[in-house]
Design a binder for this molecule. Sequence first.
Ligand code: C2E
Ligand code: CA
Ligand code: CA
Ligand code: CA
Length: 279
Amino acid sequence: AKQKGRNRIQFTQADMNERVEEELFLSQELVNALAMNQLRVAYQPIICLGTLGVAGVEALLRWQHPDLGEVAPDRFIPLAEDTGLIIPIGEWVLREACRQLLAWEEAGQCCPRVSVNLSVAQFRDSNLVSRIVGILAETGIPPGRLCLEVTESTLASDPELAQEVLGSLRRVGISIAVDDFGTGYSSLAYLRQFPLDVLKVDRRFVARIEEDGDDAAITRAVITLARELGLKVVAEGVEKNGQLRLLRQWACSEAQGFLLARPLWGKDIDLSRLLSGLR
Ligand code: C2E
Ligand code: CA
Ligand code: CA
Ligand code: CA
């Protein structure tokens, strides 16, 4: 990119071509990633702040490319969404997550719930609900153990569809979380319009609750709002002890973040021993 005029950065044609080529390359590589066994699911524990036990885990997709190394989800998920690959990939993540839950169970460990991210493209897939119900039946996971995370923009992009899909999922017994709560442009009205179970306070707010009065006020308000509406609230991106202390003081129900646990491979998580250090 070249500096042009006053503080304006202009991307040259060459930069643009390079970006487009890189995305095209990644998209093509992604087509084979599933078949080539390059995808894995990591699990990040979500901690109950009352008991400091594991309330659940969030399934997070990982792509290990043979030449490029690990490609970050923020880079490849948007491509998977654009190409429609997120539909088979998302289904695979869900099946993997259900299998992991069973594997823990067989090892004598209990994970109360598994949360799986759902993208807007999956939402528009008319077979979504029957596929999910099929995977639950196939693996024998009770629907109440599954939570699906959707963003505000997914809800806002087609509210009628969202209401219908969430309604069906809810009737089956699956719970619904709003991811990155407070960062979208949707109105608070949807909190009563949609059947929801969990609000996840985005880590952009949580990051500065110790230093920034506004971020602290927003986080406290979301916690109160969730409680009054009978929803659970998960604080995301907890990295510091001071943040954890405040969140417990504000009676936030659950938290997730590097301080508590990083995303790990299923076999490396010991669900019973996790937080001995914090007790
Ligand atoms: P997300 O759903 O908001 O997931 C939480 C992200 O925050 C994860 O990034 C996690 O590793 C990161 N994180 C957790 N604790 C901390 C912390 O204390 N500090 C910081 N700085 N980060 C923390 P990750 O795994 O890179 O995923 C990024 C995004 O990619 C996710 O954001 C989600 O939107 C998307 N994603 C990941 N897996 C899937 C998937 O299977 N399906 C779909 N549709 N999207 C996915
Ligand atoms: Ca999420
Ligand atoms: Ca999030
Ligand atoms: Ca995010």
